[in-house]
Design a protein. Structure first.
Length: 414
């Protein structure tokens, strides 16, 4: 399948589609919890796997299957291993967190450790602390941008089983080197996983660098319209994906559903054109913010001043549409800026058509003690931004007026 299409959009639009028996153009929302048999023997054949076919919607259904096939095709697009197109299997989940839970429970057991880095998605970090720690699965958190430190951890601790990466990561857009870490992990016989939510397979394909598992919160850029929560676990070890990973997904019960999968599939069909516009706008926004006197710092991996610029250039087609910036005036300036926005949207989350801004200190991280917040780079005046696909002149005009009205030298309303 992967070599059927020369371009990413053709694949994103067509891959995974199965002609509908009723000739519907788009795969319908198969709202059925169970599937029927012509005779008892057929049920037996289906359960034993001798005959393909759907059985029960927690295990899968045609609408979800199309999303899964599309994601697997996008994550392996153009990648060859030993002269053959790389194959992957994707398992759709109810949310990004459900996919991450499946990954951890399918790959780890008591006494195993995870090697990971700072700045993970807060839910992932919380999962490790709240749910894995009591099961005696410990996370070692270090700065994995330091490759000699990563090597030392892998060499010295044989109980590390999984190297868990997220790049670019929230909110400072830190990037870790997928190729170097994947090679190192292989050398020591460890599994690797990458949360590819911020990048999407259009900008970054972790499998190209030998990563074993890719996770997405499909809620974000893949869906692209903010209409459904979803997640996916993708792997290239098909035997593992078809047995242990499938079993874990079925037993945990974090399945997706036909309606959300329908929305996801249709969102993904426009991924390439959306991402191109997201990225083009993001670069202009970053340059605008970087030059603005009211802003002390811009965290965007596409600016040559970002510490991980080189890594990002090496492994991503484009640095993406996520960034954060710091306002000169701290907490109050952050709140004021957010309140002055007229077109852009005040909310958490990311990856929708509209430009989304959040002020972590007063919103997502307001319950985190200030010292801890600062440790993670979440300063008082930090604003996180998901650049949308509106016309760039409107985004910049909204920012300009919101920044101006912050006032100069304490003068309000300038
Ligand atoms: C949102 C997000 C998640 C969690 O996904 P849900 O769909 O909200 O469960 C995980 N990782 C990253 C990077 C995210 O942005």
């Amino acid at each position: 399948m992967p070599h059927l299409y020369k371009g990413f959009s053709s694949l994103a639009i067509h891959a995974g589609h199965v002609k509908d028996p009723m000739y519907a153009h788009l795969t319908p929302i198969y709202a059925s919890s169970t599937y029927v048999y012509d005779e008892a023997e057929q049920g037996m054949r289906r359960f034993s796997g001798k005959e393909p076919g759907y059985i029960y919607a927690r295990w899968g259904n045609p609408t979800m299957n199309e999303s899964e096939q599309k994601i697997a095709a996008m994550e392996t697009f153009g990648i060859e291993v030993d002269g053959k197109p790389l194959e992957a299997k994707a398992i759709l989940h109810a949310s990004g967190m459900a996919a991450i839970s499946s990954l951890f429970l399918a790959t780890l057991k008591r006494g195993d450790k995870i090697l990971t880095h700072y700045s993970l998605y807060s839910g992932t970090q919380d999962f490790m602390k709240t749910l894995l720690d009591p099961l005696d699965v410990e996370a070692i958190i270090v700065d994995l941008r330091d490759l000699s430190l990563a090597e030392k951890c892998l060499r010295e601790d044989p109980t590390i089983k999984l190297v868990y990466l997220e790049t670019p990561a929230n909110p400072t857009l830190q990037c870790v080197d997928l190729e170097a870490l994947s090679q190192m992990a292989k050398q020591y016989g460890k599994l690797t996983a990458c949360d590819n939510t911020f990048a999407t397979p259009y900008l970054q394909q972790p499998f190209q660098f030998g990563i074993d598992f890719v996770i997405h919160s499909t809620t974000k850029f893949l869906n692209g319209h903010g209409t459904a929560i979803g997640g996916v676990l993708v792997g290239t070890d098909l035997a593992f994906m078809n047995t242990r990973a499938t079993k874990t997904h079925r037993l945990l019960g974090g399945n997706s559903n036909a309606f959300d999968a329908f929305l996801l599939t249709n969102g993904m069909r426009t991924l390439e054109v959306r991402m191109q516009r997201h990225c083009e706008n993001a670069m202009k926004v970053a340059e605008f913010l970087d030059a603005h006197p009211a802003i002390s710092k811009v965290n965007y991996n596409g600016l040559p001043t970002h510490p991980d610029y080189a890594v990002s250039q090496k492994q991503m087609k484009h640095p993406g549409a996520m960034m954060s910036f710091e306002l000169e005036g701290g907490f109050d300036a952050g709140v004021q800026f957010m309140n002055k926005l007229q077109m852009c949207t005040r909310t958490v989350s990311l990856g929708t058509c509209d430009t989304l801004l959040s002020h972590p200190a007063s919103m997502s991280h307001s319950s985190v003690p200030r010292e801890n917040r600062l440790e993670y780079g979440i300063t008082d005046g930090l604003i996180r931004l998901s650049v949308g696909i509106e016309n760039i002149e409107d985004i910049l005009a909204d920012f300009e007026q919101a920044l101006q009205s912050r006032g100069v030298e304490g003068v309000e309303g300038v």
